[in-house]
Design a protein around this ligand. Structure first.
Ligand code: HEC
Ligand code: HEC
Length: 291
């Protein structure tokens, strides 16, 4: 009797193991289908000036768009996810130094990465938030590329991206934005230059950098990072609806909210929003209050 139970338990255990292996095999297969998809895109070339005013505007954008969080403050690259089940992800070295971008990485390659989320072989870049950057106007795009190209070389090799089992499952299930190219309208015609002033319209434009976490509706919800704290509703129906403009600016520069909460940089990246100008934060405030 006992040995019979043992036998059935062993068979059941083995069956479960096979099922797990099979479903993991299916997720791996689907993952590689996503990563190996090749896109036919028409990259619209725009002039990239190299004057000092453009480069200064690009430096500000590099800071407020959080590029440094993944590519390092000196553009030499940085590991930003190191969690074996999810994977190991480093933003590559974006300079011309050893281990950086190849000489063949021209303006078209820059625009293909930034606006289409694709690498030189027209295959998807992983986790690079191009679905947000594709919304930038020509002026801002040119400025950020001009700034990056003007930086001195850093000689650091980029460790290859490694995706863990859980990372593959979550990306195939659409729970992490692993394949920006799939979220992009590749025929989008970006405006030459939006009006930059403390207005609702400019706030809407800037809010592209908030939508990855706060959702396109900005009403928040589950954290896109597995295990992260819930993301707040930042429309007029959330706390922001009760804050004055000054309180909003203080919260986004210091992480201290009027309710007395200290936001953690690891949850809400206020080190990034601290770099915004008064006009930019006012525009965001006006836009969020209009929702
Ligand atoms: C959330 C992290 C993250 C942020 C923020 C980010 N990147 Fe990236 N970026 C990556 C990763 C990861 C890759 C490499 C993906 C791959 O190899 O599949 C990448 C790739 C690139 C590439 C292509 C390099 C190549 O060899 O093809 C460029 C160019 C780039 N990023 C520029 C930028 C700029 C400029 C910004 C800010 C506007 C930025 N990135 C913000 C993570 C990020
Ligand atoms: C990387 C994800 C991420 C990004 C990007 C992000 N946020 Fe947040 N934000 C969060 C999380 C998570 C919380 C909740 C933190 C907590 O509850 O401690 C939060 C909280 C806030 C709060 C406080 C809300 C409250 O009720 O206390 C404000 C205001 C806010 N974010 C504004 C913004 C704005 C504006 C942007 C874009 C410029 C932005 N966030 C971009 C993740 C993000």
């Amino acid at each position: 009797m006992f040995s019979k139970i043992m036998k059935w338990a062993a068979i059941a255990g083995l069956g479960l193991l096979l099922l797990l292996l099979l479903s993991f095999g299916i997720f791996s297969f689907l993952f590689h289908q996503h990563t190996n998809r090749q896109y036919a895109v028409q990259v619209r070339d725009i002039p990239i000036p190299d004057d000092s005013a453009t480069i200064a505007a690009g430096r500000h954008l590099y800071e407020i768009k959080g590029c440094g969080e993944c590519h390092g403050a000196n553009l030499g690259g940085k590991m930003f996810v190191n969690d074996p089940p999810i994977g190991r992800f480093s933003g590559p070295n974006l300079t011309r130094g050893k281990g950086g971008l190849p000489v063949s990485f021209d303006n078209t390659a820059w625009l293909k990465a930034m606006r289409h989320g694709l690498n030189a072989e027209n295959k998807p870049l992983l986790l690079m938030p191009s679905q947000e950057f594709t919304l930038m106007d020509d002026h801002d795009m040119a400025a950020i590329i001009a700034f990056c190209k003007a930086q001195p070389p850093v000689n650091v090799p980029t460790p290859p991206v490694q995706v863990g089992a859980l990372g593959k499952i979550l990306s195939v299930a659409g729970k992490i934005p692993m394949f920006p190219a799939e979220l992009i309208d590749h025929s989008r015609q970006q405006p030459k230059q939006v009006v930059k002033a403390a207005t609702v319209d400019y706030g809407r434009y800037l809010s592209a950098s908030c939508q990855g976490c706060h959702r396109p509706t900005l009403t928040g919800g589950d954290n896109p990072v597995p295990g992260g704290v819930p993301v707040a509703n930042i429309t007029a129906t959330g706390n922001v609806g009760k804050w004055s403009k000054e309180e909003f600016i203080t919260a986004l520069r210091t992480g201290k909210t009027p309710e007395g909460k200290q936001l953690q940089v690891g949850d809400m990246p206020w080190n990034m929003t601290a770099q915004y100008t008064d006009d930019e934060l006012t525009a965001l405030y006006l836009y969020l209050r209009s929702l």
